[in-house]
Ligand binder design. Sequence first.
Ligand SMILES: Cc1ncc(COP(=O)(O)O)c(C=O)c1O
Length: 480
Amino acid sequence: VRIPEQGLSREEVLQRLEEYRAHDAETRQGRAWGLVYDAGVRQVEDLAKQAYTDFLAINALDPTAFPSVLRIENDLVAMAAAHLQSGPEVVGNFTSGGTESCMLAVKTARDWARANRPEVAHPEVILGTTAHPAFHKGCHYLDVRPVLVDVDPVTFKVDPEAVAQAVSPNTIMIVGSAVSYAHGVVDPIRELSEIARRHGLLLHVDGCIGGFLLPYLRRLGASVPDFDFSVPGVTSMSMDWHKYGYAPKGASVVLYRDKALRKFQFYACASWPGYPIINPTIQSSRSGGPLAAAWAVVNFLGDAGYIELARRTLEATRKLVAGIGSIPSLRVLGVPESSLIAIASDDVNVFYVADAMRRRRWLISAQPQFGPSPASLHLIVTASSLGQVDGFLKDLAGSVEEARGSGSRLDPALREILANLDPAALTDEILDAMLGAAGVEWGSISESMAEVNTIMDSLPPAVREALLIAGGNTLFTPSP
Ligand SMILES: Cc1ncc(COP(=O)(O)O)c(C=O)c1O
């Protein structure tokens, strides 16, 4: 593919793009149980598009040229801070997504420790094994060591005892989730706060997926443990507008207890002849689109709109949990405390269930086993899910029966071999052969992922990671 010699017509461009979308999952009407957060309200989507395009050309890099986006950002941060019960000192920034918010929390902690605890040569952050990979990624980029601690095998919440034991002279921060992605539960933030305060550590609460919804669920009568700035030891939080705020992608916020801590997030550079740089976040040039769209959606829905969306989400989640409990062979992992449901099975291969659901035009993902968490299906319930619950449960029951018939489990001997594969022994040739066998080739992934996922599930995490990188390296190949 080359830049076309002559430009195409507007109609042709749009038609070609539409053709590219032919195999995409549906984003509306509650058919996607992950990746997409649909309020199910058409005016929200239309308004977001309008605001996004109105601010598309604005560059938030320079708020002196575009004061509108500075004002929008400060409005959104104020709303997020109040929503999470902050005091007047809390500050923060708008970021491109949960990953950027979490990585920035790690960067701030690292630079805070460099200034305040110079004796720490090799900083460590304590993470439950259920913490989002955004923290691993932050540690990886920033040369901070992630120290993983177990979660309780029944509740899937971080074990505070294990955290207390993991604290070392190098620890700079503890991370808790509210809620965790994989099981949708709130870590014991009060206990983590006590440990953090006892040792003079920072405590980040990752509310990317749960932080916006939980206060509404509490107001609707659900039991929600303390998780936000009302807990004294919480020093920073992340929360995504582009999840349960129902804003378009590219919208999150990271908050700090005060400016004295937040200043370590900033980056400035005046050591060149060009414009002096002051970047609060990772991006430098950035479109005003996501900011304006998030602001528009939040102001359009308002508190009353959000509580209604939360009510629908809660009702859908409760119906699903009850319905899943009555499908033979399925069980819900832990007790979901928000809107995420992990579903395991002792006698059916869940990866085949996910494929069977995909064939029925439902997008659901499957999670491989890790630690005490068995392989599971993962549902992100949104306000648009409510109208789909009955049809979804019927198809889920049908898919389980289909998978019972067709879904194979790996031979235990092969599983044993795979589980003991040494990542150091994997050459690029072996990885490519494995990918070829799995049907991963340029620009496409097979729609049927069950075999691949079943094998991935048996591999040690380091081998899974090597395969994922090799797979990415294959998929992202320039178009011929
Ligand atoms: C708890 C949690 N943290 C962080 C993230 C990363 O967010 P993003 O995908 O917006 O980068 C997610 C994503 O689902 C999440 O659930």
